[in-house]
Design a protein around this ligand. Structure first.
Ligand SMILES: Nc1ncnc2c1ncn2[C@@H]1O[C@H](COP(=O)(O)OP(=O)(O)OP(=O)(O)O)[C@@H](O)[C@H]1O
Ligand SMILES: [Mg+2]
Length: 296
């Protein structure tokens, strides 16, 4: 397939297509993307990187997630969508035990990473968070140089040799599509970068600890359209090496970057499936109402 072919198979002429607005945008945006979103069959065939079963989650007495069961396929992008307050961020934070830092939280159910239960008592949570890295909505670089930001994780992990650190920094910045823009100013403060560059720096910083999984909570929502597009392209590229779970408010974005989409409503997972299918032929009325903009 050539790079100029559309990457999504959804057609606005398709009588089956229920979500014309979204599929139109899909078509427009996909022209520059050479890759295809994974089909239902490919998703079913992919190895499960994270497997969540019967997850209930509570803040004190308030239950935020109800019986959520979802498989996250390896080297695919999974998008979490749903109205504000439906539990997307809560669910994402369960995947690397970030919620442990909030007092009064508890959880029932099981989350397996590479077939291992991440909530079993002897789990090394610091190690887990290296394997399952997180990028937040607002970029949060340290007030240090660009180099030090990326080298931070490897240094904490005990790497001291300058040449090794340099290699990791370059590799991570290249992966985050930032190297060319910063290679001549690695010793400048990270705070001098633009918002979009800072967000890519935070992605590079996360990649520097070699995570298998990248969790992103609305990583582009504070960015302008050009920087957003850059981040979206990057997510699609990173899919080759990483398993990615992204929360987004923006349905066009979910449609553009993801292979699988999971729709949450009031703490419940209503429907999950191949993005192409979910956006054109949702099974549940609630999903259809949400993606056609009838609520939320
Ligand atoms: N730290 C917290 N303490 C208590 N309740 C919380 C906390 N964080 C979230 N909640 C509650 O859990 C529910 C789910 O919130 P969550 O932040 O996961 O939703 P979300 O889907 O990410 O929303 P948004 O799209 O607005 O970011 C909400 O009712 C929220 O009020
Ligand atoms: Mg949120």
């Amino acid at each position: 397939m050539s790079a100029s072919e559309p990457s999504m198979t959804i057609s606005t002429d398709n009588e089956q297509s229920k979500v014309v607005g979204v599929s139109t945008r899909l078509h427009e945006s996909s022209d520059r993307r050479p890759k295809l979103a994974r089909s239902s069959d490919e998703l079913a065939a992919a190895r499960s990187k994270i497997s969540v079963s019967n997850l209930d989650f509570f803040y004190e007495e308030q239950q935020a997630l109800f019986d959520v069961t979802l498989d996250v396929p390896e080297k695919c992008v999974t998008a979490l969508i749903g109205p504000s307050g439906c539990g997307k961020s809560t669910f994402l934070r369960c995947l690397n035990r970030m919620n442990d830092m909030i007092d009064g939280t508890r959880l029932k159910g099981k989350i397996l990473l590479d077939q291992e239960d991440i909530y079993r008592p002897r789990t090394d949570v610091v190690e887990l968070r290296k394997r399952v890295g997180m990028v937040f909505q607002k970029s949060n670089p340290f007030p240090k140089t660009i180099f030090e930001n990326v080298a931070y994780g490897p240094k904490v992990a005990g790497i001291r040799k300058r040449s090794v650190l340099r290699e990791i920094v370059e590799h991570s910045l290249r992966k985050a599509a930032l190297w060319d823009e910063v290679k001549d100013r690695l010793n400048q403060s990270a705070l001098q970068l633009s918002g979009g560059q800072q967000q890519r720096l935070c992605i590079a910083r996360t990649l520097a600890t070699s995570p298998g999984v990248l969790l992103m909570d609305e990583p582009a929502s504070a960015l302008d359209p050009a920087s957003t597009s850059r981040i979206e392209d990057l997510i699609f590229e990173l899919r080759e090496s990483y398993t990615i779970v992204i929360v987004t408010h923006n349905m066009q974005q979910a449609a553009r970057v993801s292979d699988q989409t999971a729709f949450f409503f009031q703490g419940k997972l209503i429907e999950a499936g191949a993005t192409n299918t979910l956006f054109t032929n949702p099974e549940k009325t609630q999903t259809e109402d949400y993606i056609t903009g009838r609520f939320g």
